[in-house]
Design a protein around this ligand. Structure first.
Ligand SMILES: [Zn+2]
Length: 442
């Protein structure tokens, strides 16, 4: 598929470089590879030596295990401890691409190589080329194209025949389990896309874990709100703050300015909310990360049966999911599948890393024209919440508690009633005309 071409050759940076720079970097890389090989040999010698030393050759996730978490050891780590970073050679049946796989065996020393050019305060450039790649892969949710406003793609699956899947890990309440999962992925030649809740970043051990994931293992760290809010229910400012704060927390933790590409909604709800698309675009996100199957709601056998090119698997770091993952990940590898990041699955460049800028002010959401996008049963959006408030005022809708922002049957019936009162076709679907009439009175 064409997406391979789009993968950056230099995994540490996506900035355009001169040939000379490139050659220098290649030399450094080659030197690094030699050094690492020497270290690996040294590690093997140390392990083979009768006095089994626990010298940490490279910072391995399982060796920074969070003592707070009373997770049972889910993998046998004994004999492999010292050589854990030497990837176990998984037999990629057919399409394992040695060219793209080889460099991952050498952990890059990214943190010291962060480009120092001053980045623009708020990345505003829309990733046009990248979106075209996604479009080419059929990843764009075409139902999102309506009117003049350009919605970001909602990614639930990549349209590919290559044996590639993305394993995504949400929330990250259990640091120890995250380490176990990351270690399993690494040992099986795989990568993860991690969607931590911002508030979980202060957990003990999280910093080392995510730094290792981002800079040594090539995993992605994406956005899942600051405090696990259902953002479609929040005011525009509060919604924006949930996204911005998590992103800043990730930057602070990693010590770099890390351009996130994917946003995952709490529960996946609200993917049609125009406000969220507007703000994500403003911050340079590529899209909303949905999923093909939730590993948190399926048994191991179902997950195995579901295995197919382009699938996005959703998991959490619970004990239950960790246990499933440490069985599922080796299975995926044994089936000749590659576990890639979301960027890789959709042919995007790596998350751009620039110099850290502390105390950045949150950009206020840019102006946009509300399209009063059509809403129907099953949707979640802020405009639905506003319509519910109005319908309740008009006595057309009776609800307990606050308006939910969820378009259920009751809301549809109330909209029908409103439409027939106003002489509109009583469809129960809140199209733009209905919404304007209800919310704006015209
Ligand atoms: Zn979540």
């Amino acid at each position: 598929m064409g997406d391979k071409k789009k993968m950056p050759q230099d995994r540490r940076s996506v900035k355009k470089k001169s040939r000379k720079q490139r050659r220098q970097e290649e030399q450094i890389l080659r030197l690094g590879a030699v050094l690492v090989s020497l270290l690996v040999v040294a590690a093997v010698v140390i392990i083979v030596a009768p006095k089994r030393s626990h010298t940490v050759i490279i910072n391995h996730p399982s060796q920074t295990r969070d003592v707070e978490i009373a997770a049972p050891p889910l993998e046998t780590e004994g004999p492999q401890e010292g050589v854990a970073f030497v990837r176990i050679d998984t037999t990629h049946a057919t399409d394992g691409d040695p060219a793209t796989e080889a460099p991952t065996e050498v952990p890059t020393m990214a943190p010291t190589e962060v480009p120092t050019e001053a980045p623009t305060e708020v990345p505003t450039a829309t990733p046009v080329a990248a979106l075209t790649a996604a479009e080419a892969l059929g990843a764009v949710d075409t139902t999102a194209q309506e009117g003049g406003f350009e919605y970001l793609p909602v990614f639930s699956k990549a349209d590919t025949f290559e044996r590639k899947i993305a394993i995504t890990i949400d929330d990250c309440f259990q640091v120890g389990n995250l380490q176990t999962i990351a270690s399993s992925a690494y040992k099986n030649g795989g990568k993860l896309t991690i969607f931590p809740i911002g508030e979980n970043l202060t957990k003990q051990g999280m910093e080392e874990t995510l730094k290792t994931c981002a800079f040594e293992l090539g995993f992605e760290i994406e956005n899942h709100t600051m405090s696990h809010e259902r953002v479609f229910k929040l005011s525009e400012y509060d919604m924006a703050k949930q996204i911005w704060d998590q992103r800043q927390a990730v930057n602070e933790l990693l010590g770099v300015n890390y351009q996130q590409h994917f946003f995952r909604l709490m529960g996946g709800d609200g993917s049609s909310d125009q406000r969220t698309h507007n703000y994500l675009k403003q911050l340079g996100f590529y899209g909303i990360a949905d999923w093909s199957i939730s590993g948190s709601n399926a048994e191991l056998q179902e997950l195995k049966n579901f295995l197919q090119p382009g699938a996005i698997y959703l998991f959490h770091t619970t004990d239950r999911d960790t246990k499933i993952l440490t069985q599922f990940i080796p299975y995926v590898a044994s089936m000749g599948y590659e576990m890639v990041t979301m960027n890789e699955l959709f042919g995007f460049e790596e998350n751009q890393v620039t110099a850290y800028q502390p105390n950045q002010e949150m950009p206020i959401p840019q102006a946009y024209e509300d399209e009063y996008r059509t809403h129907k049963v099953g949707d979640y959006a802020y405009n639905i919440l506003l319509m519910q408030d109005k319908l309740r005022e008009l006595g057309l809708l009776v609800m307990d508690g606050e308006s939910t922002g969820y378009y259920g049957k009751q809301t549809a019936e109330a909209i029908s009633e409103f439409q027939s009162q106003k002489g509109l076709p009583a469809t129960g679907v809140a199209d733009s005309a209905t919404q304007r009439l209800l919310l704006m009175g015209s």
